[in-house]
Design a protein around this ligand. Structure first.
Ligand code: HEM
Length: 199
């Protein structure tokens, strides 16, 4: 976990800079578009992750970590229904994730984002007080359990690394995380450019 943190720091910084949800002038519509972009990344990525054998990783509880359905719940508050949700664009340049180690690195990125997500949640609640903006299901995700869920994830990933006892395994986890950060940033950049052009 320490290696993941240090070797993805610049990737985190680049991705974080693209998230405008802490802006003082954030509008409900911009928040809604951000949720649409997130669904376009999470839905295909979680589907891909679900086919990669993560159920076999001890302590991961992968089935309890999916979040695309939370984005869908938030988007329904913005007037979306099943049909319009299905029509939203989906990212096609997902990280390659050739095996379980890369999938773990990818999951590290998605899980870690629940930490910064707590800051975002506090901001959204204050910023949109009294305005219709949904229940923030995605950013609330684990509720009061963010810390324990993150520690459990860290233990599972450290344990998988100890079990493999192989430098190449760890290097693959890190590259899966870096590639995921980069794909996430590229997708946000693309969706933001699209939103500006169609505004
Ligand atoms: C405005 C946007 C963001 C802010 C302000 C932010 C802020 C933070 C903060 C403060 C932490 C450290 C929390 C702690 O140690 O308790 C953190 C950790 C992390 N964030 Fe973000 N973040 C943002 C966006 C993202 C995004 C979009 C992703 C994923 C694509 C992400 C992935 C991670 C990861 C993986 C960690 C764990 C680092 C580690 O300790 O290993 N963050 N973030």
């Amino acid at each position: 976990m320490l290696r993941l943190k240090s070797e993805t720091r610049p990737h985190h910084e680049r991705t974080e800079a693209l998230v405008r949800l802490l802006d003082a002038d954030l509008t409900p519509s911009a928040y809604g578009h951000h949720l649409e972009a997130l669904l376009g990344f999470y839905a295909p990525l979680e589907a891909k992750l679900a086919s990669l054998g993560l159920d076999s990783v001890a302590g991961l509880s992968i089935q309890t970590r999916w979040k695309a359905h939370l984005l869908e719940a938030d988007l329904r508050a913005f007037g979306h229904d099943a049909r319009s949700l299905a029509r939203l664009p989906r990212c096609e340049d997902l990280p390659a994730l050739p095996g379980v180690p890369e999938a773990l690195g990818c999951l590290y990125v998605l899980e870690g984002s629940t930490l910064g997500g707590q800051l975002i949640l506090r901001h959204l609640r204050r910023h949109f007080e009294g305005k219709p903006s949904g229940a923030f299901a995605f950013f609330t995700a684990y509720g009061d359990e963010v810390g324990p869920r993150w520690r459990a994830f860290g233990e599972a990933i450290n344990q998988a690394s100890e079990l493999a006892a192989d430098e190449a395994f760890d290097a693959r986890v890190v590259s899966g995380a870096q590639e995921t950060f980069d794909a996430y940033a590229a997708w946000l950049r693309q969706e933001q450019a699209h939103a500006v052009l169609s505004a």
